[in-house]
Design a protein around this ligand. Structure first.
Ligand SMILES: Nc1ncnc2c1ncn2[C@@H]1O[C@H](COP(=O)(O)OP(=O)(O)OP(=O)(O)O)[C@@H](O)[C@H]1O
Length: 355
């Protein structure tokens, strides 16, 4: 993956009459990167993709593909390609005809087209015999692979995906997630992938861009977003989380040992602690930060158990432990603890910006 951006978005704004869907956003995508764009419904993901592929024009701002400004270039003149969620394959044509379609448009000779289609079938791990199979005889997963093969036949600089797996069942989705990641590695192309599913984004991408109300909240590798969210919104979007309001180094109900007191002296913000970082302490066991409560409910999550622990005068805490470390059920009093290395403090400005 090169360090040079293949795509640059500069102060991009999109307004629909009075409504602003994108608020002057900036983004650099590296050559060969797998970037996932996630965000709740209505946050502007599809609007952004439509501008990037040329299905719509920005109100303000610029889009650069390497050294060329492309925001006014029509979709069919852009060296990019989109894999639609709704596939848009020709159902009565063969797999081969579908894959060769972009090559036919470019007047590539039939023998060359066929050779490329067979190569792409192999790349997508479909048998060569599928070349003559009709699209409406293929399964959902096979159609997705054919759509991908056709997208690759365009030989695009960047592949855009708009929720391509959302209509598929869980197991097929999991398989295709791995295949897409693998395909990304083998082709070395730049992938920009929109999804509602954070899990999908985390499995596949190099970086995740989290959108909220027409802006990027954070753009970083998944692990960094998970461990060091820059706002409450991002922290909560990345899954179950405990958030504690800290003022002047103190949080009501939390007991800080010397290490935590030193670390947080005078600090104000939101303390983020993931449920799997909170332990249930044995009698006499110490932790950097300790707190007490009563188990309200428990859920089995395969090999782990998740507890909701009620606290007097404060929000409940979520704790996730390995099943072998499970303690009593609802009604049991517990002491919980976590280490300073499991804590992340969100600065108040970032928290306010996200409010
Ligand atoms: N053509 C349009 N005219 C008016 N408003 C629009 C138009 N297209 C999108 N919007 C608005 O812009 C906002 C962003 O929509 P967009 O489709 O980009 O969201 P999204 O993040 O892709 O959502 P979802 O995950 O539900 O697809 C929404 O509030 C939507 O109503």
């Amino acid at each position: 993956m090169g360090d040079q951006p293949i795509l640059r978005i500069n102060a991009l704004t999109k307004r629909f009459n009075e409504f602003t869907a994108l608020h002057g956003i900036d983004l650099n995508v590296r050559d060969g990167e797998f970037l996932a764009i996630v965000g709740p419904s209505g946050s502007g993901k599809t609007t952004l993709i439509r501008l990037l592929v040329g299905m719509d024009e920005p109100t303000e701002g610029a889009i650069w593909l390497r050294d060329s400004r492309i925001d006014a270039v029509p979709a069919n003149k852009r060296p990019t390609c989109m894999v639609f969620q709704s596939l848009a394959l020709f159902p009565h044509r063969s797999v081969g005809q579908n894959i060769e379609f972009p090559l036919k448009l470019r007047k590539v000779a039939p023998a060359t087209r066929k050779a490329r289609a067979l190569e792409l079938l192999e790349l997508l791990r479909l048998p060569a015999s599928y070349y003559d199979k009709r699209i409406d005889e293929c399964s959902g997963g096979e159609k997705q692979r054919v759509a991908l093969a056709r997208a690759l036949a365009f030989d695009p600089e960047i592949l855009f995906f708009d929720e391509p797996l959302s209509a598929l069942d869980y197991r097929l989705r999991k398989t295709l997630e791995k295949e897409l990641k693998d395909l990304h590695r083998r082709t070395g192309k730049t992938f920009i992938y929109i999804t509602h599913s954070l899990e999908e984004a985390m499995v596949m991408s190099d970086r995740i861009a989290i959108m909220k109300a027409g802006r990027f909240e954070q753009i970083a590798p998944a692990a960094e977003i998970y461990a060091r969210p820059r706002s409450r919104f991002v922290a909560e979007f990345m899954g179950e989380v405990n958030l504690f309001d800290m003022v002047d180094g103190r949080v009501p109900g939390l007991r800080f040992g010397p290490r935590a007191s030193n670390l947080f002296v005078g600090q104000t913000g939101t303390l983020v602690v993931r449920p799997e970082s909170v332990a249930l302490l044995a009698p006499g066991e110490e932790a950097d930060v300790a707190l007490e409560g009563i188990i309200e409910s428990e859920y089995l999550l395969g090999s782990r158990v998740q507890y909701t622990v009620a606290r007097e005068g404060a929000a409940p805490v979520t704790v996730e432990v390995l099943r072998e470390n499970a303690v009593g059920g609802p009604g049991a009093p517990v002491v919980m603890g976590f280490g300073t290395s499991a804590c992340h403090l969100i600065a108040p400005e970032a928290r306010d910006a996200a409010a």
